[in-house]
Design a protein around this ligand. Structure first.
Ligand SMILES: Nc1ncnc2c1ncn2[C@@H]1O[C@H](COP(=O)(O)OP(=O)(O)O)[C@@H](O)[C@H]1O
Ligand SMILES: Nc1ccn([C@H]2C[C@H](O)[C@@H](COP(=O)(O)OP(=O)(O)O)O2)c(=O)n1
Length: 240
């Protein structure tokens, strides 16, 4: 356990779609002065890049080769995270519904996971300040397999959960502006089907040993940020 007084902190957060990972982790990173890495955005970038290059997402070998060749630039400021491929800003494009609908095809490709996982570990090493890197700021990393596969040795490991009902309502409001029956039905593929597909390669519904669960079902965004900061403080001693 980190004594919280010095040294770059690594915070790992996993959870299903709509549990609040991105919005909560950005706030937590900003308040603690840490870098922020959204690994889901990396999978989205990989899907976008393959489609942009005309690769058939059903062709696993072609997808793997294309992703290995992807030159992805990440900006880790939690107030203004950036994603670019070959100088093109893709931050907005990777959030499009068309990418959400197909990203699991890329994220369930184990060779792609190995490649992106290596890039994620590299970012964590740099921000942790290990291997001679002196500019370590510490980092909050969020995704599906960060607490278990990518950074099981993180100082703080959190599973951010929420009931399916709460997650569907949030995503529905985000995408359609309301959480009526029709909008919820239209959101189901983005949340329930995608989580089911993604769960075939990683478990992000149950907390592994040593991982602290934060259930945001009954909390608003600010309360969830506070609860998450509370866990970071208790486990690492680091406070905002
Ligand atoms: N605790 C919360 N209460 C209410 N809304 C939330 C909460 N956490 C996140 N949201 C909202 O729900 C939506 C999905 O959150 P997001 O951070 O994208 O989740 P994830 O990254 O886990 O998919 C966003 O519009 C976000 O503002
Ligand atoms: N570490 C990770 C992060 C995301 N993924 C997958 C799971 C999702 O379908 C996609 C996109 O993730 P993202 O976090 O952007 O998903 P949300 O739309 O926020 O629910 O990538 C993964 O398999 N492993």
């Amino acid at each position: 356990m980190d004594d919280g007084t010095s040294g770059p902190l690594v915070v790992a957060v996993d959870g299903p779609s709509g549990s609040g990972k991105s919005s909560v982790c950005r706030q937590v990173a900003a308040r603690l002065g840490l870098a922020y890495l959204d690994t889901g955005a990396m999978y989205r970038a990989a899907a976008w890049w393959c489609l942009d290059q005309g690769v058939d997402l059903e062709d696993a070998e072609a997808v793997t080769a294309q992703v290995r060749a992807m030159v992805l630039d990440l900006g880790l400021d939690p107030r203004f995270p950036t994603f670019a491929i070959g100088g093109t800003d893709i931050a907005t494009a990777i959030r499009a519904g068309g990418i959400s609908a197909v990203v699991s095809k890329v994220a369930t490709n184990l060779e792609v996971r190995a490649d992106l996982g290596q890039r994620q570990r590299r970012v964590i090493e740099v921000e942790r300040g290990t291997e001679g890197f002196s500019r370590g700021r510490g980092v909050v990393v969020e995704g599906r397999d960060i607490t278990t596969v990518i950074a099981p040795d993180a100082d703080v490991r959190i599973l951010l959960t929420a009931s399916e009902e709460a997650r569907l309502a949030r995503r529905s409001r985000e995408l359609h502006g309301d959480a009526g029956a029709e909008s919820i039905a239209a959101t189901r593929d983005q949340v329930v089907r995608r989580d089911r597909d993604d769960s075939t390669v990683v478990d992000f519904m149950t907390a592994a040993d040593g991982v602290v669960t934060v259930d945001s079902s009954e909390l608003d965004l600010e309360q969830t940020v506070e609860a998450t900061l509370g866990v970071v403080g208790r486990v690492s001693g680091r406070t905002a």
